[in-house]
Write a protein that binds this ligand. Structure first.
Ligand SMILES: *[C@@H]1O[C@H](CO)[C@@H](O)[C@H](O)[C@H]1NC(C)=O
Ligand SMILES: *[C@@H]1O[C@H](CO)[C@@H](O)[C@H](O)[C@H]1NC(C)=O
Ligand SMILES: *[C@@H]1O[C@H](CO)[C@@H](O)[C@H](O)[C@H]1NC(C)=O
Ligand SMILES: *[C@@H]1O[C@H](CO)[C@@H](O)[C@H](O)[C@H]1NC(C)=O
Length: 275
């Protein structure tokens, strides 16, 4: 007699993929974006009458199949092609390996294992993005940056989700900030004295990996006045030029509005829109 197990894969914020079954046993698997993940059936040997079917997505597309009776085993892609050349099926165990796993592979999954011996299993697969190295910069906008003995710093990262950003002094945690959202930018301040000889580092981590940037006080803490002056005035000049251009354009339109017919006005507007 054959038994059927149905395993589900639920997607949470496109990052967490849960392969669930009717049983209670849950095995968590974490995978870094770009790496491979193997979903083990824990079958040691497939018997003559066993069938293993791996299905994926709300459409329950068949992505892998073993029919031991005919000796046939194959993998298939889904209609949008996201599994192209990424699936490997182990003929002996029925385990499925997904190569170069990315967030787009999260989705509704179903695995049907039809075999003579009763067994069932649940996988919870979490996909984590590769982390960027955090960037430490001097925070010249901080009010205390004018202080003679202190230097205000910011550690920043962009486009991250499900991460924690922390400042460490040696091995001890000074401060940290966590986000669960996707694709947001984070920054965390730190104030040090110029004379400080401790080692500071800013660490970005998710549950499976981390990236560290070490602080070099002597290198970062001396350029504040210059950089603020430079960038602030450049921006001001650009803004001034832009305002002047808009003003001139408005005057031209007004003049034409008064003097010309509508057809001409719309040509001017058309040109201005392109500028
Ligand atoms: C494998 O399946 C194909 C059809 O999908 C069939 O033509 C072929 O005979 C099968 N191979 C074996 C060894 O049974
Ligand atoms: C992994 O997948 C991504 C996105 O589909 C692709 O850009 C990248 O080249 C792949 N990497 C490898 C090693 O196949
Ligand atoms: C300078 O920073 C230290 C911490 O590093 C802080 O205790 C102190 O109050 C700061 N001083 C000023 C003037 O901001
Ligand atoms: C960063 O990861 C390494 C292993 O890759 C680990 O040894 C270290 O403790 C981690 N550091 C932090 C601050 O999580």
């Amino acid at each position: 007699m054959f038994h059927m197990f149905v395993l589900f894969c639920l997607c949470w914020q496109h990052l967490i993929c849960v392969f669930g079954s009717e049983s209670n046993e849950i095995q968590s698997v974490s995978v870094m974006e770009g790496e491979s993940v193997t979903l083990n059936t824990d079958v040691t040997e497939i018997h003559k009458h066993d069938d293993i079917l791996w299905k994926y997505g709300a459409e329950k597309s068949l992505i892998a199949k073993i029919n031991q009776e005919t000796g046939n085993s194959s993998t298939y892609d889904v209609p949008d092609g996201r599994f192209r050349d990424r699936l490997k099926l182990d003929d002996q165990t029925g385990s499925l390996t997904i190569i170069n796993f990315t967030t787009q592979h999260a989705g509704l999954c179903e695995v049907k294992i039809l075999m003579a011996k009763l067994s069932s299993k649940t996988f919870s697969v979490s996909v984590y993005a590769r982390l960027p190295v955090p960037i430490i910069s001097r925070d010249c906008s901080s009010s205390s940056s004018s202080s003679q003995q202190n230097c205000s710093l910011l550690c920043s990262v962009v486009n991250v989700g499900h991460v924690t950003l922390s400042w460490y002094k040696g091995n001890s945690l000074l401060s940290s900030i966590s986000v669960s959202d996707l694709s947001i930018s984070l920054s965390l301040p730190l104030e040090v004295e110029y004379q400080d000889k401790n080692t500071y580092s800013c660490v970005l981590n998710n549950p499976i990996s981390n990236q560290t940037q070490h602080l070099d006080i002597t290198q970062l803490c001396h350029t504040c006045a210059d950089s603020v002056h430079c960038c602030g005035s450049t921006e001001a000049v650009i803004r001034l030029v832009l305002s002047a251009l808009v003003g001139v354009a408005t005057v031209i339109v007004l003049v034409y509005d008064i003097r010309s017919r509508r057809a001409e006005l719309s040509i001017i507007c058309f040109i201005l829109c392109f500028v």
